[in-house]
Design a protein around this ligand. Structure first.
Ligand SMILES: [Zn+2]
Length: 309
């Protein structure tokens, strides 16, 4: 271990103990003052949104931050996929692991002549990404379990094409953008106009091929412009090829990508039902769930014995 002084450009960090071989090429910072959710106006290009929206922003101007290595947290993408989309849950996660990217631009007032820029993540970005990861893992789980019924609920053949149908009912703008209706989000997998070569490969009503293509689309979107190959110089001065995320969002999708390629297996915890990485055959629960189960068993045995006396 070595003490490093780092500055990622946005926060001046103080001495953080890290293993330089892990952190030399990617570290993520969490402001020591934590985050808060504020109603602010999003700036998109030359336009400012007319209505305020909720965004996750650092709580103070204090620039001290804690650094850690998200690539060392292999289960992080599963924690992220399991995250409730409430403001409290997102805030609690961000206060431990940091913002997703922190590159969305907001201002506090849409009318003031000059309003200093505020950087953060909009909560709608968080919710969209949590849903995207959770739904992709669910499709993958259904594929691995040969659960055709679950796959048919998400993969629909419709008007000569094949689509993914989202789990959540939400407001969707009508094509003329004048109003919206409540429905499920549809994402094309292949249509006669787009990627028709895939349609000729699949039998009509097939779900396995389209489900695999959907997972690939999701992973590709998650990695695009957020993870890239780079050359990193190691301690001996040798250049090493490394795959490097540019933010936390890229890091979680990269973990998912590697797991999908077989680096790890996932399963559901026998105690809480949430996902976990399957490392050893004997590991059937999260360590914290195994602890709770042991304590519960101990307490009930203890209660029985006291009753007997
Ligand atoms: Zn558990």
């Amino acid at each position: 271990m070595q003490t490093l002084n780092r500055n990622d450009g946005r926060y001046t960090t103080h001495n953080v103990k890290v293993d330089p071989s892990d952190l030399d090429y990617f570290a993520w910072s969490v402001p020591e003052g934590g985050f808060e959710v504020r109603r602010v106006f999003q700036v998109l290009g030359f336009n400012v949104e007319r209505r305020p929206s909720s965004a996750l922003v650092p709580r103070s101007q204090e620039r001290r931050a804690r650094l850690y290595d998200p690539l060392a947290e292999t289960e992080l993408f599963l924690k992220f996929a399991d995250l409730p989309t409430s403001e409290e849950a997102i805030l609690a996660f961000a206060n431990v692991y940091g913002w997703l990217a922190g590159d969305e631009h907001f201002i506090a007032s849409a009318t003031a002549k000059s309003s200093p820029p505020i950087f953060g993540d909009s909560l709608s970005t968080w919710r969209g990404e949590i849903d995207a990861m959770r739904e992709t893992i669910e499709v993958w789980e259904a594929l691995r379990e040969n659960n055709t019924k679950a796959l048919r609920a998400r993969i629909n053949w419709f008007k000569g094409g094949v689509w993914y149908v989202g789990r959540r009912r939400q407001f969707i703008a009508t094509p003329d953008l004048r109003s919206h209706l409540v429905g499920r989000r549809r994402q094309f997998i292949a249509t006669p106009d787009l990627r028709s070569h895939l349609l000729s490969r699949w039998r009509r009503d097939e779900v396995v091929g389209p489900a695999r293509m959907f997972i690939a689309d999701q992973l590709n979107r998650g990695l695009q412009r957020k993870v890239s190959p780079r050359l990193v110089m190691d301690h001996s001065g040798t250049l090493q090829p490394r795959i490097v995320p540019s933010n936390l969002l890229g890091a979680v999708w990269y973990h998912f990508y590697r797991t999908f390629l077989g680096e790890h297996k996932i399963r559901r915890c026998e105690a809480c039902g949430r996902w976990m990485l399957y490392i050893r055959k004997t590991k059937t629960m999260h360590p914290e769930c195994a602890n709770l189960t042991r304590q519960k068993r101990f307490r009930s045995r203890h209660a029985q014995e006291t009753r007997k006396q």
